[in-house]
Design a protein around this ligand. Structure first.
Ligand code: M6R
Length: 624
């Protein structure tokens, strides 16, 4: 949800900033822009649409003048105002001296805009961001009431303005007269610092500067950071110095590139065996499950009497599977809730409730607010996250990181399967602490999980037919998905992938619900994807679903069946059959999801869509 970059160093800033934006485009691609100080003024270029449009514009005007070694850039996911050139960031103050890029929403911007208009300063754009540019310029000029001492001091000016803003904002600010310094303010939207030799970076995500350095620094809530080529200083909004936490990024540039694939998503689908294995690695130590960060005692885990899982989108689908595993292994009641609904319905929480917040990015506003609500009610929070040091793990009592590496494709793939593995670790950790499983049983379950990457690799090798089927299904108007038990969340995830990538109507049902209404949708030739349970695992589920397939087949559905290798009973009713290796019931989603991801990606490609950047979406949703 908007990508921002800032750079001060010794290289041509335009190249560094554009390179950073290229790696952040997954966060938004409604417009892009850059601002660079140059000889006492600002060079600003911005264009609606993808970054390529900005680059074309820069080629048109010529890049020769852009020799400065500091600058800021932005790639936008529009909130206030349509995605036009006029609304593209950076936004400039009326005196032309200050440029600002912003990620988030300034909730009190109308009030601030009215205040500016009363002083004769009129907005050029429809955005909330522009108000911040004008206010910083006023503060820097010593003309902002209550902030007169900020005159001539960009850090003090940004700090004074940050105190006036409400909502979620990360602002990165440059001043024409102060080219060796960039100042940022952070509240509720991500910002990370990169430290190189004689150069310093700011970005929404380390991917923006991974080409130059793996030394990074986490920034916290309500902090102001000033960077120069020699380093950085951090204070809170009151101006008090604060210590920031340095860390080393564990992956490198190659992980953030396509590696010979046409799309990041296709690469990320193939990376799933490694993502699952890395997520499990190091979590069984001397026969015991350990978490990555645990600020809870074992007694706290023993005291848990109820679990809530909160998440959005794909993470929510993985959370549905957490419910099956945790209830089965611990006998604790588990409720799963969309994070966006959680805090608005007064859920029953107390200090013996454990809330599991699942988020790839660790910055999803809905999930973050659900977590905060849970903490306000004294519940304990355990985060499952793919982003080191993001806000959600920072505010949680315990963390399991999905070590899936960077996921650039907007559609979640490898982080989904890694989240399932992490959810199961939570279940095992609880079972261990509460004694609902013997230690050797916990180890056995863990070892079964450890064998999954091999099964996923096997599925990935047999997907030629799924690709061909994707091409065949591309003209369809709609696709339905059916599953039962753990196959139901897989069906939901398959439908979500198809909606977001191929813009095709897709709906998933628990197969037992079919006869309660949805069966009326079945007509001749309608593709229906069915996730079959193992015939050996829960035989009763298998036989029920077999009946459901016959019911839809009898009404003309074109059936696409995902079934365990050797399940001959289903073959007569499958127009297309994808075989997956036999694995324990709870683990089947980890293998059954893979063909659905591939089919969705192929349908989207056959329809001519960019699978990495689906329309209207952004990878991280930092607004509610
Ligand atoms: O970063 P998060 O896991 O919190 O994101 C949650 C959803 O926004 C995300 O899973 C979204 O549904 C994906 N686009 C799905 O592919």
């Amino acid at each position: 949800m908007c990508g921002i970059v800032g750079y001060v160093g010794h290289r041509v800033a335009l190249d560094v900033v554009l390179g950073g934006l290229r790696r952040l485009e997954y966060r938004g691609y409604d417009s892009a822009g850059v601002a660079l100080p140059s000889d006492g003024s600002l060079l600003i270029e911005r264009r609606a649409g993808a970054l390529a449009n900005l680059e074309a514009r820069l080629d048109e005007v010529g890049r020769d003048g852009f020799t400065g070694t500091s600058g800021i850039g932005h790639t936008r996911w529009a909130t206030h105002g349509p995605p036009t050139d006029r609304n593209a960031h950076p936004h400039r103050s009326s005196d032309g001296k200050v440029a600002v890029v912003h990620n988030g929403i300034i909730e009190n911007f109308l009030e601030l805009r009215a205040e500016l208009e009363a002083r004769g300063i009129w907005a050029e754009s429809d955005t909330d961001t522009e108000t911040a540019a004008h206010l910083v310029a006023l503060a820097h000029a010593g003309e902002l009431a209550g902030a007169e001492d900020a005159a001539g001091d960009l850090t003090a000016a940004v700090r004074a303005v940050a105190r006036r803003l409400e909502g979620a904002f990360t602002l990165v600010v440059t001043h024409a007269d102060d080219p060796d310094r960039i100042v940022a303010a952070r509240r509720n939207s991500p910002l990370v610092l990169g430290l190189g030799e004689g150069e310093t970076f700011l970005a929404s995500d380390v991917a923006a500067f991974i080409e130059f350095t793996r030394s990074a620094v986490e920034l916290g809530q309500d902090q102001i950071v000033t960077i120069t080529r020699d380093g950085y200083t951090v204070t809170d909004f009151a101006g008090e110095p604060v210590a920031a936490t340095p860390f080393q990024v564990t992956w490198d540039l190659a992980a953030a590139e396509k590696g010979g694939h046409d799309y990041f998503m296709l690469k990320e689908i193939e990376e799933q065996p490694g993502a699952i294995a890395n997520t499990l690695r190091g979590h069984l130590v001397d026969g015991r499950i350990v978490l990555d960060e645990q600020r809870l005692s074992d007694q706290d885990l023993r005291d848990v009497d109820k679990v809530f899982v909160v998440a959005c989108g794909t993470a929510y689908h993985s959370g549905l599977l957490a419910k099956y595993a945790i209830e089965h292994w611990t006998r604790l009641p588990v409720e799963i809730e969309l994070a966006s609904e959680f805090r608005y319905r007064d859920p029953v929480l107390d200090r013996s409730t454990l809330v599991v917040a699942i988020s790839q990015s660790g910055e999803t506003a809905d999930t973050l607010e659900a977590l905060r609500h849970a903490k306000d009610q004294k519940a304990r929070v355990l985060a499952i996250c793919n982003t080191n040091g993001a806000q959600i793990p920072r505010e949680s009592d315990a963390v399991i990181y999905t070590h899936a590496g960077p996921e650039i494709g907007v559609a979640a793939t490898k982080t989904f399967t890694a989240q399932i593995a992490a959810n199961y670790l939570v279940g095992l950790a609880l079972a261990q602490a509460r004694g609902t499983k013997y230690p050797d049983e916990v180890v056995r379950e863990f070892e079964q999980l450890e064998s999954i990457p091999e099964a996923v690799a096997e599925v990935l090798e047999s997907l030629g037919e799924a690709r061909a089927l994707g091409q065949e299904l591309a003209p369809s108007k709609a696709v339905l998905f059916l599953g039962r038990h753990v196959g139901y969340p897989v069906a939901l995830e398959g439908a979500l992938k198809l909606k977001e990538l191929a813009y095709m109507h897709a709906e998933a049902f628990a197969a037992g619900e079919l006869k309660h209404g949805p069966i009326a949708l079945i007509e001749d030739g309608l593709p229906v994807v069915v996730v079959m349970p193992s015939p050996k695992g829960r035989a009763v589920l298998h036989s029920k679903l077999l009946s459901n397939i016959q019911e839809i087949k009898a009404r003309g559905a074109r059936t696409v069946v995902i079934a365990e290798t050797g399940d001959e009973t289903v073959r007569p009713f499958a127009d297309h059959l994808f075989e997956i290796p036999a694995v324990p019931t709870l683990l089947q989603p980890l293998v059954a999801t893979i063909p659905l991801q591939v089919i969705a990606a192929e349908i989207a490609r056959a329809r001519g869509y960019d699978v990495d950047k689906p329309r209207n979406l952004a990878k991280s949703v930092t607004v509610e």
